[in-house]
Ligand binder design. Structure first.
Ligand SMILES: Nc1ncnc2c1ncn2[C@@H]1O[C@H](COP(=O)(O)OP(=O)(O)OP(=O)(O)O)[C@@H](O)[C@H]1O
Ligand SMILES: [Mg+2]
Length: 256
């Protein structure tokens, strides 16, 4: 296993100006593979239109930042991409398969097997230790306890929180909890990690550390990251940025 990039500064973000092959030579399949494609999504909550024609493509291995003001529809877009919220109209495909045509059961199997999630407040299970929290997605996939906990411990180590394995979430700091949450998101080797304001509750120092570890680990494993954030400092860790305004998307860069 390769290490997580630990040096600070712009180079550590590994931003790839060309959006092409990763600079470190890891083979992650075709860099141009379109993993997730959302087309013309509309979604209203009662009279409130949250999405009004949002379109977005997530490519294999890229870190894509989704920016925009509060209430613009960022979280709703992320939830539609992840098959958590069904759009009223429009289409989302994952590797060519239409999410909008899948049953709830198929969607949850897809989420468990292919996706990882990090939210603003870790959303760890308070009754479980940090180790058990990270092992949980593997247990849900029927991996045996011993093997699941071995892999969970390895991921806690990679996220530099091996020392909190036996503690419960209420006994660790916010930054440590988010690193545990990142370990939990990555432990199943997902193709896509959805991160909604993953550093929103942290100070800048701990936020940077979480971002460095999240994007480093994603690059090492080839996972794509869909990163919702308000903060330019956090978006600097991405390869590409998309802005959501009034439920519509706008790319900041010309399509590759
Ligand atoms: N479950 C819901 N029920 C009712 N309205 C909702 C729901 N989810 C989102 N909305 C509304 O849809 C719009 C878009 O919300 P969304 O949460 O996607 O915005 P956001 O860009 O993620 O905002 P923030 O940056 O504050 O998290 C808002 O007007 C919001 O109030
Ligand atoms: Mg939101």
């Amino acid at each position: 296993m390769t290490g997580i990039h630990a040096d600070g500064g712009a180079a550590a973000t590994g931003r790839r100006a060309d959006g092409g092959a990763p600079a470190d030579g890891h083979d992650r399949g075709s860099p141009a593979e379109e993993l997730l494609v959302a087309e013309e999504l509309h979604r209203a909550f009662g009279p409130t239109p949250a999405l009004a024609g949002a379109s977005l493509t997530v490519r294999a291995g890229e870190v894509l930042a989704v920016l925009g003001p509060s209430g613009s529809g960022k979280s709703t877009l992320l939830h539609c991409l992840a098959g958590i919220v069904r759009p009223d109209s429009g289409r989302v495909t994952y590797r060519g398969a239409d999410l909008t045509a899948m049953s709830d059961r198929e969607l949850s199997a897809l989420r468990r097997g292919q996706f990882g999630f990090v939210f603003q407040f870790g959303q760890l299970v308070p009754e479980l230790t940090c180790l058990e929290n990270v092992a949980l997605p593997l247990r849900l996939e029927r991996v045996g306890r011993r093997e699941a906990e071995r892999r969970a411990a390895e991921w806690l180590g990679r996220l530099e929180v091996g020392d909190v394995a036996g503690k419960r979430p209420g006994e660790v700091s916010g930054g440590q909890g988010q690193r545990v949450a990142v370990a939990r998101a990555l432990v199943t080797a997902p193709r896509v990690v959805f991160a909604d304001e993953p550093t929103g509750a942290l100070d800048s120092l701990h936020g940077e550390r979480v971002m460095r570890l999240l994007t480093g680990a994603a690059r090492d494993t080839g996972a794509a990251v869909v990163l919702v954030t308000h903060e330019a400092r956090v978006a600097a860790y991405s390869d590409r940025e998309v802005v959501v305004r009034d439920g519509r998307t706008r790319s900041l860069e010309p399509a590759a």
